[in-house]
Design a binder for this molecule. Sequence first.
Ligand SMILES: NC(=O)c1ccc[n+]([C@@H]2O[C@H](COP(=O)([O-])OP(=O)(O)OC[C@H]3O[C@@H](n4cnc5c(N)ncnc54)[C@H](O)[C@@H]3O)[C@@H](O)[C@H]2O)c1
Length: 302
Amino acid sequence: MGMLDNRVAIVTGAGRGIGSEVAQLFAANGASVVVNDLGGAVDGTGGEAGPADDTVAAIRDAGGNAVANYTSVADYDGAEGIIQQALDEYGRLDILVNVAGNLRDRMVFNMTEEEWDAVVAVHMKGTFNTTKYASIYWRANREGHYRLINFTSGSGLHGAPGQPNYAAAKLGIVGFTYSCANALGRYGVTSNAIGPGASTRMTDTVPTDRRTRGFDEDSETTVDPRRSPANVAVPIVYMASEASDWMNGQVIRAMGFDIGLYSQYKLIRELSSTEMWSVERAAEEMERVFRPAIEAGNVVGG
Ligand SMILES: NC(=O)c1ccc[n+]([C@@H]2O[C@H](COP(=O)([O-])OP(=O)(O)OC[C@H]3O[C@@H](n4cnc5c(N)ncnc54)[C@H](O)[C@@H]3O)[C@@H](O)[C@H]2O)c1
């Protein structure tokens, strides 16, 4: 008996890295999986069938059920076809995991419009595209323990300085997940986000020593088990299962052998007045009340 027996999942970006591990662990736990991957370069350009086919072959070799899909999640009309493929192949859709991602890192003052658009198109719009068509199916078939699981990043949650496009898209995905949590709960859908950490070809583009991140000298494979993307897949199996109905609108972190829960945004100080504030008084009170709170640790990047 697997935790995902008789469940049907779509995992986008499942040809490599974390997505491939999620798809394989889903299948090992009994799910039938649509393995979506464009098969492009880290910057999102190009495309080939190889990565999605490789994950499907690994799943089938292990005795599981999977089919490949090569559509870009950034393609609004194409995204409908990804959902339709799950329905055509397996007759239902229980789980959507939006993993697909690209990178175009640049400081904000050097970033081109094209670099901004390319990253927002895959992460933020891509997450919307697949979710929209999945949610149409879920709303029409309200009997399930449906699961939407979106990928965010510490880059957005903490503000990576060299990734303004990616940080914006990844925190945008959190807002989108919260909106879906409030909108789709009534149809039996839970919506949660996951912020992972693992050595993949994506993190390999960050200009620090590969060895400190557990890579073999000249391969894409991580040698440090704490940096393996396989760790990230483990809590996602539970989040995708029927047992996790109680978890909605949450951000989970999965990195190495640690699984974490982020807090929700909370108003921590508020200045109230019975009349409109004067600029002078607002300045004085903001400095008096907010500044000590910020200096005590309420800082971005923490
Ligand atoms: N690796 C980390 O430490 C880390 C940290 C924070 C967030 N993330 C997020 O985790 C997810 C997986 O990242 P990864 O590290 O495994 O990267 P990866 O590059 O190994 O895998 C990403 C996959 O997405 C596919 N893809 C890219 N654009 C696509 C598109 N338009 N349509 C369909 N597939 C597309 C790629 O072909 C690739 O196989 C991403 O959303 C990433 O932003 C990763």
